[in-house]
Design a protein. Structure first.
Length: 327
């Protein structure tokens, strides 16, 4: 083979390899487009008097009086109002007839409310997901935070059928309603052990577990109904609560930028169906990604020009832009 032909062949091979490289790069981009990062949803309450009434009381659930019981819930608290309810059941103001969990008005301070035998405790819970479980075995009521025992009292209870199970509420709306997100509400007619709580608190249930009498994942992400996955099918309308995306900026900063950047951009641009809190969190997450300032600046400046945006959202964007400039 002549030298000229060898050169032609080498050039041809180089061109083929380069073309394959470009094809692979395009496939990689398409892969991210098809396998985009999706943010899970949770039910969000704004601390404005909104709460969810599940339409069932302790008797309906078979956990009235001194019967064994466990209520579990995951909550993301944005603030700590006076008597801000996480969940409530029974009758407030009557000895031992309350079975509720609430904040106490000071940051990271909580009370298991049993009216007469309350359990006060502290736990780091602001702006992070925390799993709470309140149990009663007929003799002792216990409270767990992220699977850790944080308080207990030895006393029989007389949980009332007077009021329905509610989330975001304790006693009345004037005393504070939940400002945060919730998911994975579970009610059992047995006293779950510490090990059982810890082993399952991060797992999704099927709804047919033994002793489970109410299970609302609260992750539907759309519509006005939350569904009870147990055979009891105590579905309920959410009435005023909104669906928020579970966007935690510090956690997203650890994810591959090429995956989360397009998803966050979509949320920030977002259609009207995306709630304001999710969009604000997406902007804050953008500021924490390992990207050049020039990549996010045009997007944020373009949104600032939009006359339909709220002043609250604009302030978040301007704050992020200022942080980027002063880095």
């Amino acid at each position: 083979m002549s030298t000229r032909n060898m050169r032609r062949r080498m050039v041809k091979m180089i061109m083929i390899v380069f073309a394959l490289f470009l094809t692979a790069a395009c496939l990689q981009v398409n892969l991210y487009a098809e396998d985009g990062y999706e943010f899970p949803h949770a039910l969000s309450l704004e601390g404005d008097g909104t709460y969810i009434d599940f339409g069932v009381d302790a008797g309906d659930l078979g956990i009235e009086g001194n019967k064994e019981k466990t209520i579990e819930i995951q909550v993301f608290m944005r603030s700590f109002q006076d008597s801000e309810g996480i969940f409530s059941l029974g009758e407030t103001g009557a000895d031992l007839r309350d079975f509720s969990l609430r904040a106490r008005g000071r940051e990271n301070r909580f009370r298991g409310q049993f009216w007469g035998q309350d359990v006060d405790f502290s736990y780091d819970a602001k702006n992070k997901w925390v799993h709470f479980a309140v149990t009663h075995d007929g003799e002792t009521h216990r409270i767990y935070a992220d699977g850790e025992l944080v308080g207990e009292q030895n006393r029989e209870l007389d949980t009332s059928e007077e009021q329905n199970l509610r989330i975001g509420f304790w006693r009345n709306t004037d005393r504070g309603t939940l400002d945060g997100m919730t998911k994975e509400l579970r009610v059992w007619n047995i006293a779950r052990s510490e090990g059982e709580i810890r082993d399952n608190m991060e797992k999704t249930l099927t709804g047919d577990e033994e002793g489970l009498v109410g299970y609302w994942p609260l992750t539907e992400g759309e519509g006005d109904t939350v569904y009870d996955k147990t055979a009891n099918e105590n579905h309920v309308e959410i009435n005023g609560a909104v669906w928020s995306m579970n966007i935690i900026p510090a956690e997203l900063a650890e994810e591959p930028t090429e995956r989360v950047l397009p998803a966050l951009t979509d949320v920030v641009r977002g259609p009207e169906s995306i709630d304001l809190y999710s969009r604000k969190q997406a902007v804050r997450a953008l500021a924490m990604l390992d990207v050049d300032y020039e990549e996010v600046q045009p997007l944020l400046l373009d949104i600032l020009k939009d006359t339909d945006e709220t002043d609250e959202f604009r302030l978040v964007i301007m704050d992020v832009l200022l942080q980027q400039v002063t880095r």
